[in-house]
Design a protein around this ligand. Structure first.
Ligand SMILES: [Zn+2]
Length: 333
């Protein structure tokens, strides 16, 4: 007899990664409630069909929540223990998360202490790589020495270009990203959510990140999509975040389908769960129920996450092997 587990059980059983997660945006609701009792009810943006007016609306709400909790390295650590425990609970094996240089700057925190606070919260059974997120205009006079110093922080996996896409791309950026790679750091950049395929191409040509965060509007340019496939540039996509934030886009017409079908290494993440109210399992479930991803395709999405990860081949192997078994067992979807 052919036994097919229920969809939630199948998703839970997939070994997974999460490679696009803003640490401040992952603030657990119970910690927010401790400092802001008015959040006894979750934010309105947790409603399934909530739409933010624009990026600024989203960012203002997120920072309002994040700034009341993240005031010290100890609080980063406390949040990390809860955030990573939830990953383990969803059978997530590998996480990339970034903390924001802008928050460090605003609160006057020591970046190295925040980095170690996050790293020391990682439980056994989970691999975590921590990135520093820097906005287009993040190299202020105050931050420049910190950014220079960060190139040599041993526990820092890399850098991620963040923030409002439409702000000018300043000349320091390409140089800094190049320096980071020379220092052995991995580089990512956010592009192609509010700005179109041209901006993704500009970022690829000038900043030359090894992976793109979101990048979904690359779909507008078939030549760019082909280039992403040819160069093996992964896109860390967050479907529910896009559904609630991108103008004119909803889950049933999300371009992750076309990108996946074209062979782009798309991965699945939650982005900022305190704003969007989704878990990683919710993201996979939404792709199955609203974007027609079969179980075999969900397992292939999970596989992409390990393929683009910074894990060694030996570390990837058990999870790729398990996913291949699940892909083989999911004949007919
Ligand atoms: Zn993001």
């Amino acid at each position: 007899m052919d036994f097919k587990p229920a969809l939630p059980d199948f998703i839970q059983a997939l070994p997974k990664t999460e490679t696009h997660l803003h640490f401040e945006g992952a603030l657990p609701l119970e910690l927010l409630q401790r400092v802001r009792p008015e959040f006894c009810r979750p934010p309105a943006s947790w409603a399934p069909d909530f739409k933010f007016r624009n990026f600024e609306h989203f960012e203002a709400e997120l920072l309002d929540m994040a700034f009341t909790w993240y005031t010290s390295p100890e609080r980063y650590h406390e949040a990390g223990r809860l955030i990573f425990a939830r990953h383990l609970g969803q059978n997530v094996k590998y996480v990339e998360t970034s903390f924001a240089s802008g928050v460090i700057e605003f609160l006057g925190l020591d970046g190295r202490e925040v980095l170690e606070a996050i790293r020391s919260a990682v439980p056994a059974g989970l691999e975590v790589r921590v990135f520093l997120g820097i906005h287009h205009n993040g190299a202020s006079a105050k931050m420049r020495p910190v950014l220079e110093d960060a190139l040599a922080w041993p526990g820092l996996a890399g850098f991620d270009l963040h923030g409002t896409e439409s702000l000018p791309l300043e000349p320091w950026t390409a140089e800094y990203w190049e320096e980071a790679r020379r220092a052995g750091k991995y580089t990512k950049a956010y592009a192609g959510e509010f700005m179109g395929a041209d901006f993704v191409r500009l970022i690829l040509d000038e900043v030359r990140p090894q992976r793109i965060e979101h990048g979904v509007r690359a779909v507008e340019d078939p030549a760019l999509v082909a280039e992403l496939v040819r160069r093996g540039i992964g896109l860390d996509v967050c479907p529910i975040s896009n559904h609630k934030l991108m103008p004119g886009l909803t889950l049933p017409d999300h371009p992750i389908r076309q990108l996946f079908d074209a062979g782009v290494q798309v991965t699945v993440s939650t982005d900022d769960p305190i704003s969007f109210g989704s878990t990683l399992n919710d993201e996979y479930a939404a792709l199955a129920t609203q974007r027609g991803f079969s179980r075999r395709e969900l397992a292939r999405l999970a596989r992409h996450g390990f393929e683009v990860s910074l894990l060694t081949a030996a570390q990837q192997q058990p999870w790729l092997g398990r996913l291949d078994e699940m892909i083989g067992a999911s004949s007919g979807g």
